[in-house]
Design a protein around this ligand. Structure first.
Ligand SMILES: Cc1ncc(COP(=O)(O)O)c(C=O)c1O
Length: 375
């Protein structure tokens, strides 16, 4: 019987068990344990930052980042429409207004040439989100942030180990955030991190993570926070995974190259861009876009692949088309054609770090067969 190929499977065969056993043996299973601090320090150092604040996932890292920067009612934040709901949700939950730009047709990252026209006196920040394996073109973003005095929130959830012009992704934001969900380059099961070089912001993020308990009067609160703490068990996984980040990135790049080699002549597909002039793709996921001449969208192709037991995921659905935001009266009459197109025509194929070359070959064969039957 043919085994299913999952869309994402992590690799946990380094020191994960050893470190988890240490948690059990020592009894440190809450956020008070030593692995949390160690993971924060080692991760921040790896990304070239001063402070790391470990949290329970990448979505709440964004919530904390927005609130730590005191963005709230009356403020606007510019972000790509082609991203996960967590980005816009953090802005809306803080009472601020998300303002979106379209994405680039080739890299699927925010079209930075559209940002300046969206800046108003209410704009407080640009939230950049690196998408699927290539970073946002940070240079124009940093220039605009400087020119208009805006904060940069950098969502690097998919970008562990990637660089922009040789500088680590995760080192560009006033606050940068990560996710460690099992489909990420390194995982803690569930988990996230905020990074910053600013001591005050670091202290605010730590406080927001921990219910805004006050050091002097613990149970008297000046501000509302959350319990976003990461446990020692999660951090133990994180330390073990971080030891292998370089190896994992090298593997992901080899996987991406193999897929490209096998799929480059398949009709009807647009493949990921291997390079830009500022970065080499790390293929967080291997995304495909179905060309316009193919008479069906990604859903049909994903369905046909599922019959062959190949796991897939659709691309993000654009923020401006989310029913939850439309019901709030946001983005009325706005159109972003590039994002709308790839949302319908884009999907990704198995991309987890545990995928073998043989599995990649089988996926490519099935994708080829489906596409040939359609074109
Ligand atoms: C760009 C981006 N931001 C935020 C998140 C949210 O991370 P989490 O799933 O850890 O909440 C994700 C998750 O995939 C993501 O891709």
């Amino acid at each position: 019987m043919t085994e299913p190929i999952l869309v994402n499977e992590p690799l946990l065969n380094g020191k994960e068990k050893q470190y988890l056993n240490e948690c059990i043996d020592d009894g440190w299973i809450s956020s008070e344990g030593p692995f949390v601090k160690r993971f924060e320090e080692e991760f921040a150092t790896r990304m070239g930052r001063k402070y790391g604040i470990a949290v329970s996932n990448g979505s709440v890292a964004l919530d904390a980042a927005v609130v730590a920067l005191k963005i709230g009612p009356g403020d606007e934040v510019i972000l790509p429409t082609f991203t996960i709901i967590s980005c816009a949700a953090a802005i809306v939950r803080a009472g601020a207004k998300p303002v979106v730009v379209d994405c680039d047709r080739q890299t699927w990252n925010m079209d930075v040439s559209q940002i300046e026209a969206k800046i108003t006196p209410k704009t407080k920040a640009i939230m950049v989100v690196h998408i699927y394996g290539l970073p946002v073109n940070m240079e124009p973003v940093l220039k605009l942030a400087d020119k208009y005095g805006l904060h940069v929130i950098e969502d690097a959830a998919q970008m562990h180990g990637q660089t922009f012009q040789g500088r680590p992704c995760g080192s560009f934001g006033d606050i940068s955030t990560f996710s460690f969900y099992p489909n990420k380059h390194i995982t803690t099961g569930e988990g996230g991190m905020l990074l910053t070089d600013d001591e005050y912001l670091a202290q605010r993020c730590r406080s927001l993570r921990n219910l805004c308990f006050q050091p002097s009067r613990r149970f008297v609160h000046e501000e509302l926070g959350w319990n976003l703490r990461m446990s020692n068990i999660q951090a133990a996984l994180g330390v073990a995974q971080l030891e292998r980040l370089d190896e994992f990135i090298a593997r992901k790049r080899r996987m991406g190259k193999l897929y490209t080699e096998l799929l480059k002549d398949v009709p009807g597909l647009e493949l990921p861009v291997p390079y830009t002039d500022y970065a080499e793709n790390i293929y967080w996921v291997y995304g495909l876009v179905v060309k316009d001449e193919v008479p069906c969208d990604a859903d049909e192709i994903m369905h046909r692949l599922s019959l062959k037991k190949i796991g897939t995921r659709p691309f993000f659905w654009p923020v401006h088309q989310q029913p939850v935001f439309q019901k709030m009266g946001l983005f009325e009459g706005e159109n972003y054609p590039v994002s709308e197109r790839i949302a319908k025509r884009g999907f990704y194929i198995p991309s987890g770090i545990a995928l073998t070359d043989e599995q990649i070959e089988r996926v490519a064969q099935e994708v080829t067969a489906v596409m040939q039957s359609l074109t």
